[in-house]
Design a binder for this molecule. Sequence first.
Ligand code: HEC
Length: 280
Amino acid sequence: MKKLITAILFLLPVSAFAAGGGTTYPNDPANIDLSDKTSLQNGAKLYVNYCLGCHSMEYVRYSRIAQDLELTEEQTVNNLILGDQKFGDTMDKSMNGDLAKKWFGVDPLDLSLAARVRGEDWVYNYLRSFYVDPSRPFGVNNTVFPEVGMPHILADLQGLQAKSDELLSVEEQIAEAKAVLNDSEASEEAKAEAEEKQHEAEAAMAKLAAEGKMFVQIKEGQMTPEEYDENIRDLTAFMAYTANPVKLESKRMGVWVLLFLFVLLIFAYFLKKEFWKDIH
Ligand code: HEC
């Protein structure tokens, strides 16, 4: 028992670390549903059409996707395999890594495991948080991943958004408070006041995010905001699936395990009754 507790204590900081990293906004829950095959199929389609050019999924084979997402080989070849890749191949990106480095300053990561490393909610919010920023090389920045090197690939679908006036004002308050807190000459009193202001501004930020008021749409896309969110949910679901393909299987298996345990419980109960009947 003691060993078990020690083991659990050892694991705790690891999981805390995985979940941590400071809050970024927006932080809406992704609410993905891995049992929804249509959602996963749509996510896979979006991924190969919009992401695979730059981001490979080295650990994922088309044939495995077909099996898990209930697609026939023909459907997979027609809808998911662009270029000259084969059914049994892993999902390689079409762009050459050196070229990408030249263009983006970094070679875009393999995303097989991204949803596990960053978290599903992070991915979901990241893909909804590009905003216009003329100072950046691609004219966009991102509140979830500031100074990101990725262009807004889905701008055709989402349209373009800019930071709202409310958000700009809250950000200014946070920056002012931080400036006082970092100023070695500031008095204790001023610092205490700044700290309070910072807390207030952060609460205001969380509220703006929760109410969906961080951004204003400045150019319409092919999708309504609701449709866009729905599609990003599907894309996130697909990435969550590739990050942990056995999850689909373990869920299915989990049901059988529970059923088995239930049946075992009934037997155990009657066995117990049988054992104790002469003693009472
Ligand atoms: C034109 C190339 C390109 C395309 C297409 C592209 N990305 Fe990216 N992506 C990048 C680059 C470059 C970075 C690295 C950004 C950085 O480190 O500053 C990145 C970073 C990311 C990250 C953050 C990875 C991390 O953990 O640091 C995620 C998640 C991501 N992209 C998802 C996507 C998804 C989903 C799509 C498809 C909708 C997509 N990307 C399409 C170039 C691209």
